[in-house]
Design a protein around this ligand. Structure first.
Ligand code: HPA
Length: 233
């Protein structure tokens, strides 16, 4: 048991898949895992542990934003001996270089967030993915013939803003897409010597206002979920 996760020691697998949304964690557990057990539901942030083709895996929610995933990932790494966390989420595309449904694997996350500086005295505003999980996902995508866009991404603290243009840091670091969590996940993994990757599905194209509807979302995310699961077995 940790401050925000009620699972017993040993009930969390070495690899954790983290969507933002608890119901998405439930969807993956219900549809893709066997021998599933709900191991934590504190704050309705569901964590399920089960087996994917024989390999133990946990899937649990990060919540939204760097502070939230910062809490869950830290407790998973330090109190449950988790080795690797794969964030699976959605992102907005800053340009039409990406299309709806594209899969994006984050090379590094850029952010204006003060999380890394004040938590770990990491001064960089661009933090790379950590460990070999990124390579496993990349190799698995190749094996499955799934096209993958590899790019820096922007982890923003802001969803709604006055100026709709691409923020300066995203331009400077050549970020094709924006989400809100990878930066603090990568910062925690860097500080703790753990592995972390972020795999995203493009859910909206910011300049053209095209987006995947709420109804389409569940189905749209299946290739990403499968790729993440295949890469851990
Ligand atoms: N901004 C931030 N996070 C997101 C977006 C966005 O436009 N789309 C999906 N996640």
């Amino acid at each position: 048991m940790s401050v925000h996760i009620s699972a017993a020691k040993g009930e969390i697998a070495k690899t954790v898949l983290m969507p933002g949304d608890p119901l998405r964690a439930k969807y993956v557990a219900d549809n893709f895992l066997k021998e599933v057990k709900l191991v934590s539901q504190t704050r309705n942030a569901f964590y399920f542990t089960g087996k994917y083709e024989g390999t133990p895996v946990t899937i649990g929610a990060s919540g939204m934003g760097c502070p939230s995933i910062g809490i869950y990932s830290y407790e998973l790494y330090t109190e449950y001996e988790v080795d690797s966390i794969i964030r699976i989420g959605t992102c907005g595309a800053y340009s039409t270089a990406l299309d709806l449904f594209d899969l994006v694997l984050a090379e590094a996350a850029a952010s204006e967030s003060t999380f890394a500086r004040y938590a770990w005295e990491i001064e960089e505003s661009l933090i790379p993915h950590q460990g070999n999980t990124f390579d496993k996902i990349k190799d698995t995508a190749k094996k499955l013939g799934l096209p993958l866009k590899i790019s820096n991404i922007h982890s923003s603290d802001i969803f709604y803003r006055k100026n709709p243009g691409t923020p300066v840091i995203a331009q400077q670091q050549q970020c094709l897409a924006v989400e809100m969590e990878a930066f603090s996940l990568f910062a925690n993994a860097l500080h703790l010597g753990k592995a972390a990757a972020t795999l995203l599905t493009v859910s909206d194209i910011i300049p053209t206002h095209r987006f995947i509807s709420a109804d389409e979302r569940e189905k749209a995310l299946i290739p990403m979920m499968k790729l993440a699961l295949e890469s851990v077995k």
